[in-house]
Design a protein around this ligand. Sequence first.
Ligand code: 4UV
Length: 532
Amino acid sequence: YRHSPVTSDNILRNPLPDIFIPSDLSIHQMVFDNCDKYKDNLAVEEYLTGRKYTYAQLKEAVVRVASALYRRGYRKGDVLLVFAVNNVDFTVLTVACAAAGVWFCPANPSYTAEELARQLHDCQAKGVCISEPLADVAKDAIANKQYPNKVKDLFVFGEASGFEPFKNLLDDDGKAFPDVALDPVNDVFVLPYSSGTTGFPKGVMLSHHNVVANVYQLTNLMNMDPDDTSLGLLPLYHIFGLVVIQFMTLMGGASIHYLPKFEPDTLLQCMQEKKISVSLLVPPLVLFLAKHPLVSKFDISSLKEVLCGAAPLGEELTTAFTDRHPNATLRQGYGMTETGPALSVDMKKIKGSVGQPIPNTLCKVADTETGQILPSSQLGEVWAKGPQVMLGYYKNQTATDNMITQDRWLRTGDVGYYDENGVLYIKDRLKELIKYKGAQVAPAELEALLLSHPDIQDTAVVGVPDDAAGELPKAFVVVRAGSDLTTEQVAKFIEGKVSPTKKLRGGVQFVDEIPKNPSGKILRRVIRDKYL
Ligand code: 4UV
């Protein structure tokens, strides 16, 4: 071993030697190499419809779609926004955009028209590609005058009036497949949105190399093979699904089985019938598999590897899961959109821990006030460094500079410590982000909406702990003098305006004032300590 896990400098490293990650490899080349290798193996399949591609067919479809995009005027640096649920053509389009040098910009399919309009406006997409049932929301978003956009092409997986069927792109002869000069280290592959440490969602510029690196780092630890079947349930718009489900599976020559949404019976049927062996999950899904009575009616004993991330996985839940599914190894991973996403994975089955940094990644714990590096057992902010750290936020240098230091350390905004073995534990969050079932809820967004209500004078939204969902957004509200506004009315006011994950499920509480520091920053910890 080249490194000891914790060196005298208090920087955490993987005990394995660094791995070689090619810096000239682009995403589509990485996928194509596997398509050539695994040819007739099943690559992706939709469980509900049976639509599927083998590896060879996947490559052919990617070539056709990239060619079709080129014919329609798409050039390196153009942005295509994808507003869709999981389906096999999502994967085709992801890789086709990479080949065409087009920035792939995924949006949460549960977004309202206004939420989508903001992302369309910010990313300056030239086109959108949507799932059939989302046509009306997408049309409203495109027509939004407050957030104007540059969308000229409308594509749909399936059919919808006013949208060109994606099938037309698949019918291209592939002859205009572009030979794009790509610099994998500096050219953007994907632009997912994340609120980061503060404010509204921002475009996260991940290069081809950021993502290639993360896939190499993970496959070095958790290799899949062609006999594996992987569950495609987590949404592909989110970085965990987008990178880890899609590319980790494709690297191993295994197959992905897509489901468009969580539905208990269908999920379990899919796991039983397809003999799912590898699943990426978030804690509420681990809870479901660990405790729901329905699970006993199905044989899901094929499950052997589960990687759980996006929110804390408690010890008690880990035990409940492994007691019920003894064949399966449950590992906790830790990461974020801004780091492509994985930073650490628990390889030693230490309950409650997120393990050690993955290869080629450094982590340290810094004093939250002074930035001084801390020794083991002390709580502080986790900082990380590695080839997966994003290029930066799109058109937002200030937010980038606040998160990444000059020597490329990224401040995660998470609070944790490491033990004497160099194993990391995440305990809390410094940043304002709330996680509902692993999905991001940005308090700033809800606060801005609440402040648009004429009777609301001030507000702060924080996450309250919840066993099933992790956290629930709760609003503390200062009402204007003389108003007869009720807490129910406040919750209703928000409900219709945001995607379901952002509803104020944690409740609304009226307070006299919102604690703030002298520069007006909301003191969320004070609110939590005082009221929760
Ligand atoms: O930006 P994001 O929505 O990204 C994610 C990414 C999750 C993962 C998890 C394991 C992997 O192996 C992997 O590849 C990707 O959720 O939210 C990032 C924030 O979510 C919290 C933490 O606050 C991050 O900054 N978070 C993510 N994983 C964990 C977590 C965890 N295991 N424990 C506690 N908090």
